[in-house]
Design a protein around this ligand. Sequence first.
Ligand SMILES: [Zn+2]
Length: 69
Amino acid sequence: MVSVASEPGVTDPSVTEGSDMGWVINCDCGTAVRGQTDDEIVENAQDHAKSKHSLTVTREQALALAERE
Ligand SMILES: [Zn+2]
């Protein structure tokens, strides 16, 4: 059997795990909304916008505002 070379760009799942890189959105009200994953930051941003500002934020909007920290 000839082994197939692993394709470049395929991410090793172990690399992302344990990373302390997270996302932050600095809201206009002064609150820093944080999340470790994109799913988490979207959820937290939607939660914050809804509970504090009665706003509905889409996933796209949340991710557009999110910055790496
Ligand atoms: Zn806010």
